[in-house]
Design a protein around this ligand. Sequence first.
Ligand code: MTE
Length: 331
Amino acid sequence: MLIRTHDNGFDHGIPSEITPRAVYQDRRRLLLQLAAGAAGATLAAWASREAMAQTARPGKLPALQTVRSTVPGAQTMEKLTDYKDASTYNNFYEFGTDKSDPARYAHTLVTSPWTVEVDGLVKKPGKYAIEDLLKLAAQEERIYRLRCVEGWSMVIPWVGYSLSNLVQKVEPLGNAKYVEFFTQADPKTMPGVTSQVLSWPYVEGLRLDEAMHPLTLLSFGMYGEVLPKQNGAPVRLVVPWKYGFKSGKSIVRIRFTEKEPRTAWNRAAPQEYGFYSNVNPDKDHPRWSQATERRIGEDGLFAKKRKTLMFNGYEAQVGQLYAGMDLQKQY
Ligand code: MTE
């Protein structure tokens, strides 16, 4: 696999495959006009969401060319979280443990050049330059709920494609059962990595069938633009039916294994964070209930908590992956 070493544009430059902003906005305008013409309730709702997405975009980072995803479950009519909230209220312990730390300190992360190594139990291991990874499949816009284990949630328009595209390309061997994700851990550019709060690098994992599920997203952007550094630039995972910590940020290596990977949070507190960590309102965290959640942006004195949905509302799509499992024990 060709690796380019010149500036790839992810460090706030212009990647070659970006859509000029005017074209992107024209696409959104066209959708609005279509919706207005049809005057159907559904389309009108789409239109207001489209309008919201347009105003919510900061327009500071390069835009990514996207198609709307047709993967079942990849769209929702819920109000999008404001971009400002999604990019300033973050967990990214490599930059500190406070929610405001990543937005303040992640500017030091160097995202260009960037490569992702794929190895382990596969027929075709390789190193992918981020530009090549980006072009492996069409970039889709998918609106996912992200439910953090801490009890808050957001609704974010992610950009990316199903991880299964990459999995199929590298051809896992018959004994590959799990996929392990290693993320960047560079003490020179990530000040939090010098702390003992977690063992670094931040590692996450999925069972192979979870990694192959069409909803599992390899994400390069959000709100139509490349990912801000604090959200895991230049490439991260988004697994919408699992607690947010399963969605590793700034991925540098993907390894296929026979054994279940030891993940960062499971190492830190095995009683509290299991390997699966599927969103489950009936399985409390040992120190708090998981039955409800607070939607970021709906704060305020009278804001009601929302009921947390089984598998974060993606039960119809992913429930069969866990048929026959005791989810109280395998959490
Ligand atoms: N990835 C890395 N490398 N380091 C982290 O600390 N935090 C996780 C996850 N991915 C984390 C990470 C947690 S706890 C959550 S809730 C989500 O990222 C938050 O993603 P967001 O900031 O884009 O909302």
